[in-house]
Each structure stands twice: as structure tokens, then as C-alpha cells.
Write a new protein. Sequence first.
Length: 402
Amino acid sequence: MVMEFSVGRASQKSAAKSFDVLEPKGTKWHLYGYGAMIGNYMLMMFYTTVGGWMVSYAVKMIKGDFVALNTDGVSNKFSEMLANPAEQILFMVIVVLMSFFICSFGLQNGVERITKVMMTCLFLIILILIVRSVTLSGAFEGLKFYLIPDFKRVAENGLGEAIFAAMGQAFFTLSLGIGAIAIFGSYIDKEYTLAGEALNVGILDTLVAFLSGLIIFPACFAFGISPDQGPGLVFITLPNVFNQMPAGRIWGTLFFVFLSFAAISTVIAVFQNIIAFAEDLWGWSLKKAIGVNLILIIILSLPCVLGFNVWSGFEPFGAGTTIQDLEDFIVSNTLLPLGSLVYLLFCVSRYGWGWDNFIKEANTGKGLKFPTKKWVRVYVTYILPLIVLVIFIQGYWSKFVK
């Protein structure tokens, strides 16, 4: 993340333009900028659908669709939504329209102004839901499952597999390697160091993920829901929690409204990079960049939606898999690690931006400084690239060989 911020802040341009500005003459680092933009588009091909699910559930909560339903009834609601292409397309389009509308006001006047309030409210609701979830009957077993390490299970699955899963999650949650976070880096004031800002982002991201687990896993055990259902946990477990709360319909509505804005803030970040790409490299106006990409992203998002119903017969990785799994694999297991490797090598290699330039930019301002000791340079230059490469290979090994 520090590396992506440094590229973005130095140029205040899209991912493709950043390499072009900072690379030594005669080199071709800027070509990966196109790969990064492909990653942005592919991420939106399925993330806009997930964002649509959240908006849909906010509407369902307002309507009271979950009132008096048991666990199976709540689960069926999620299945019914996936089977309904019209509903998914409607809310996916709403997410795309809302996000581009906010982008039309600019990053600071649009997204920053909105998300500050929404994220604060979401955080407060998370704290309230934690209290309710951990006080449910049977929640203690969920807390044990979540907080107490099971080293036997780790040994059975392999320590390397656990580390790989954690690293893969870090790549995805921070959108490392495809320039999606670079647009925010370009707006960081030089008064603060990049290392300090990167640490703050990492801590907050981890904190929110940890707190979310305190809601979901105790509730899973309280309602007899398997904790390995993936994204469905949010759309199955939480409505059950709200059904057990006084004024649960109100809390549920607020939660999914703010969760929708959290998802939309991610979409906005990626859209902003896509817009900057069109403006910088093709000279498009903001209006044209938004108009063309709005239509393009809606079309590109359709396969993911249809993969749960009309095209459910296409199972790219075997029974039970969907087009979303294929798109997610390409982004998470290919573009993110390989893109991070490119960024890393660009920043530390004398054939790229170079270590000295990177350190100068990263340590400009007040706050935590990026270490400059010799062993750190050796680690970042030679060992860390090997680790990222191993993560990339492990992703394919786990999917196609094991």
C-alpha cells in the first residue's frame, strides 16, 4: 500500500499515467498501467453486483420482508434474490448510477463529504450489533470459534495455506496491485508521511474486519448457521440478529443503508481511477468519461448477475461455482499479486523509480518514517518480491493442483 500511495501522490494521475511520469526514459513500466485498469474494470464486474445486494437488503429491511421469518426463511430470501436476474440488475444499476453521480462532484466534494458521516454511523451501529450478537443464547461457542486458535485445524490444512489465505485477503481488501487505492494516495497532503498514513489505513481496515467477526460468528452459532458460507453470512446471519432485537427492523435498515454506502465508497474509488484513466490518456472530458464508462460497466457487470440464474449452468471451477468465482479468481489470484509485484519492483529497482526516490517520497512530512536500514532495503528488494511470487503460485496451485 505504501508503494501505491507513493506513485499516486507523486503524480496525482491515474495508474497508467503515474508510471509514465515517474519511469526512467526508455523504459516501459507504464504499460502495466493498462493491466491495472483491466483489474479495475474486472473488479467492478462483480463488486457492483455485491453492492446491489446490499442496497436490495436495505430496501427489504424497510419493507419488513424479514419480520417473523425463521433462519430457513431468511436463507430462502437470499436464494430468491440470486435467482431473480431482474432484481439484481435493477440494484446493480442503481449502485453504478449513484457512484458515478457522486464522482461527478469530484473526489473530495463528493465521496469524502458523504463517507465521513456514513462511515461514522456504520461504526456506531457495528458496536451496537456486537453487544446484541454476543449476548445471544449460544453465542459463546461462536466467540470461542472466532477468537481461540485451532492449531490442529491449521496443521491439517497446512500453515502455508493459512498464511496464503491471510495474505490474499490483505491484497483484496486493500485493492493492492491494480492502482485502485492510488487515486486516494494522490490526495494525501505532503504534511504527513506515507508510512504513517498506510499504517493508519491498515489498522482501521483490520479493526473493522475484527469487529465484524464479533457480530457474525457468535450469531452463526446462535442460529445454527455454518460459518463457512462466505458472503451469504452477511445476508443470512445479520437479518436473524435484527429479528431478535427490539426495533430490529429500524437497526437493520440503518445497518444495510450504511453498509451500502461502504460498498459504494469502494466502487467510487475504483470509478475515480477509471475516470482519471480516460481523462489522462485519451483527453476525455469528465462528462464523456462518466457517460461511456457508465454504460460499459453496466454491460460488463451482467455476466456476474446472470451467473447466479440464467447462466448458472456455466460452472468454471466445478459444481457450485459461478461466473463471479471466475472473475474473483482472476482479480484476487492473478492481477492483485502480479500487479503488486510490478509496483514493488518499480519502486525499489534502479531500472524503475528507484529506492532513493521512493524513500524520499515516502518519508516526506511528519509521522512514521519508512525504515532506511540496509537490511530493510535487502528485504524489500529481494525477499519481499519472492514472497509475493510465492503467493501468486500458491493461488494457482491450490485451485488447479491440490
